[in-house]
Design a protein around this ligand. Structure first.
Ligand code: 3HC
Length: 321
């Protein structure tokens, strides 16, 4: 058991691509037992088989021994569907990663506004804070939603932002923003809410480092450092395509070969998910009222069409199912 970060067990809420990645690095690198929660058994199965594949690949490349892979896999426990978040009541840290479909919600379906996503997220945080121990650290992997708002949602009913129990509950909330693909990307962005305590920040940082990541700190502003910079870049590339300034391939090739980006911006948008890009851009635009963040019409229409990028088989590129 690795104790450097002080967490004996953690929970990961949401077993999509990001949740699985976080569970993977936590179990393999931080060597901490992970309880994985998702309302969709299909999603859990998909994630576990991806984890098996990743571990097998690393074993075949000699990066891991068979025993290390086996131990990492055994540190993952799936919380039974009927328990849901109640299954996390004894963990020391929860990383909430329920960006798209926890509890069966499709947060961006039907062009639902980003503000509604915020409401759904905060209500989930409210239930989560009530389900776990009062000293459990609550980290969220949200890409853009206010951590301060989520910390306020963690205040128990009957308490206030100024009462000792209310303050303590909000102080344990922090933003822990991983990047996709989590096993590969070296960064975690750490975002303190206004209410976050220094102890929470230090412990969250120690966890990210134990997962093998470098850490940067961003203020709690819409999009933090990463998406406040990345999303206008992606949006400009989409507008470049919309205006016919360049073809899809030339836009991506320009950035790949001219600036050494591993993926062009349109390919990257597909990789992140066009619905996710749109939802983050809506949060940025609504949170700042700055027109530089206004999502392009083409992006909105592609999401309307259900062309969500790699995960749906079609985005700016076509993907085999
Ligand atoms: N999960 C785990 N490992 C993966 C993976 C995945 N989904 N995809 C690729 N890898 C691993 C491969 O197994 C391989 O590992 P190996 O070296 O042990 O064999 C390694 O990554 C390289 O993969 P490939 O050779 O297949 O492909 P590339 O060299 O083209 O790399 C890439 C793929 C790492 C995805 C690279 O294209 C890249 O870095 N792209 C940019 C990704 C990026 O910008 N991510 C951030 C998105 S923004 C975000 O997440 C924030 C959110 O808030 C929006």
């Amino acid at each position: 058991m690795s104790i450097a970060h002080g967490f004996r067990t953690i929970g990961v809420l949401g077993a999509g691509q990001m949740g699985l990645g976080i569970a993977y690095v936590a179990s393999l690198r931080a060597k901490v037992p992970v309880y994985l929660v998702d309302k969709s058994p299909v999603q859990i199965q998909k994630s576990l088989s991806l984890m098996d594949k990743l571990l097998a690949k690393d074993v075949s490349k000699g990066k891991l021994s068979e025993q290390e892979a086996k131990d990492a896999r055994q540190r993952i426990t799936v919380v039974p569907e009927e328990q849901g978040i109640e299954g996390l009541k004894d963990v020391d840290l929860v990383v909430e990663v329920s960006n798209l479909n926890y509890a069966g919600y499709k947060l961006t379906e039907g062009g639902q506004a980003a503000t509604e996503n915020v409401n759904l997220k905060t209500s989930l945080f409210e239930s989560l804070a009530a389900a776990v121990r009062p000293d459990t650290i609550l980290a969220t992997n949200t890409s853009s939603i206010s951590i301060t708002k989520m910390a306020a949602a963690a205040i128990p009913k009957g308490e206030t932002a100024a009462s000792p129990k209310g303050k303590a509950s909000a102080a344990r909330v922090v933003g822990l923003h991983f990047f996709n693909p989590v096993p590969v990307m070296k960064l975690v962005e750490l975002i303190p809410a206004l209410q976050t305590s220094q102890e929470t920040l230090d412990r969250a940082r120690a966890f990210a480092v134990a997962c093998g990541k470098e850490v940067t700190v961003s203020k709690d502003v819409p999009g933090f450092i990463s998406n406040a910079l990345l999303m206008p870049f992606i949006n400009e590339a989409i507008m470049c395509l919309e205006k016919g300034i360049g073809t899809r391939d030339d836009i991506d090739k320009t950035l790949k070969l001219g600036m050494n980006h591993p993926m062009g911006p349109l390919q990257l948008a597909d990789f992140i998910g066009l619905d996710t890009c749109l939802s983050i851009q809506q949060v940025l635009y609504q949170g700042t009222s700055d027109s530089k963040y206004r999502p392009s019409v083409l992006l909105e229409r592609m999401v309307d069409a259900g062309w969500l990028g790699k995960k749906s088989g079609k985005g700016f590129y076509d993907y085999e199912e």
